[in-house]
Design a protein around this ligand. Structure first.
Ligand SMILES: [Zn+2]
Length: 279
């Protein structure tokens, strides 16, 4: 902790200290159980999350921790960048941004994020997905096969998509508009017969204020020229989902001035539905 205090020389470090401290407090309080190995970190089967989806919906878009500080917590994940600058996909430890124009960029891990969900992906179940299923149908099929629907899961789906629709959003300026407003001016990208990888998480409904309840998925094609936050798809051939059951959740709670003032308790489920899938 002394080392952390020594870093509180400027506003950025102060924000970081606040968020790391919040993460540590959670980890320490989670430790006082009968099994002391519960909090060995970083570990497999742990989802690490920066802030919450409710935080994004409440326009908390200032980056609070850099991706390189999160590196040991995940080689697989999704999120965004400081100021909500595009969609983030982390796949096999490479940090990608799908920008507002649909371009896929490899990003410097020193960049900050206001929101991310990560894990060290290790599949413990494989599920074949038939061709012709929609995003909702594929999600339901995967859910029906999960061994423990009460834990978060990381979901990786590889294969060909007969059709896929993704979006990205532009970097925002203060005062930040709520996510539901930004979603109205999002860029939408559609393509057919795309080979690629879905990078997603499935949260139980009871954890729905932390992340999108149900499936939250981003996408990258194999040639790294198309992707974003998935709004919908139709599966094609050879689609296989690999799932990683995660029994631990490590949450970094932002402690910035804006975060202290934000109303994160409000029921934002209508906003979540509005911004996450195509109708
Ligand atoms: Zn997303």
């Amino acid at each position: 902790m002394d080392e952390m205090k020594g870093k509180t020389m400027n506003k950025k470090s102060d924000r970081l200290a606040g968020i790391v401290l919040a993460g540590l407090v959670l980890a320490v309080s989670g430790c006082r159980g009968p099994n002391p190995s519960c909090c060995d970190a970083p570990v497999l089967d742990t989802v690490t999350q920066v802030s919450s989806y409710n935080g994004l919906l409440a326009a908390l878009y200032d980056g609070v921790i850099s991706y390189d500080k999160l590196a040991e917590y995940g080689d697989f994940g999704l999120g965004t960048f400081d100021k909500m600058d595009g969609e983030m996909v982390m796949l096999d430890s490479v940090l990608y941004q799908v920008d507002f124009n649909g371009k896929v960029n490899v990003m410097d891990p020193s960049l900050l994020t206001p929101y991310a969900t990560l894990c060290n992906f290790k599949a413990d179940q494989e599920i074949k997905i038939p061709a012709g299923l929609s995003y909702d149908e594929a999600s339901k099929l995967i859910e029906s096969k999960l061994k423990n629907p009460n834990t978060p899961y990381a979901i990786r789906i590889d294969g060909t998509f007969a059709a896929i629709k993704c979006r990205s959003v532009p970097a925002q300026e203060k005062p930040y508009p709520p996510l539901a407003e930004i979603a109205k001016s999002q860029s939408i990208f559609e393509d057919n017969n795309v080979q690629g990888t879905v990078v997603g998480f499935r949260y139980p409904k009871y954890a729905g204020a932390l992340n999108v309840p149900g499936f939250h998925c981003h996408f990258l094609n194999d040639t790294r020229s198309f992707g974003g936050h998935i709004l919908g798809f139709t599966t094609g051939d050879d689609v296989v989902a690999k799932v990683d059951r995660c029994t631990r959740l490590n949450v970094y709670i932002p402690d910035t001035e804006e975060a202290r003032k934000a109303d994160l308790d409000r029921d934002r489920s209508a906003d979540v539905n509005a911004v996450n899938r195509s109708k």
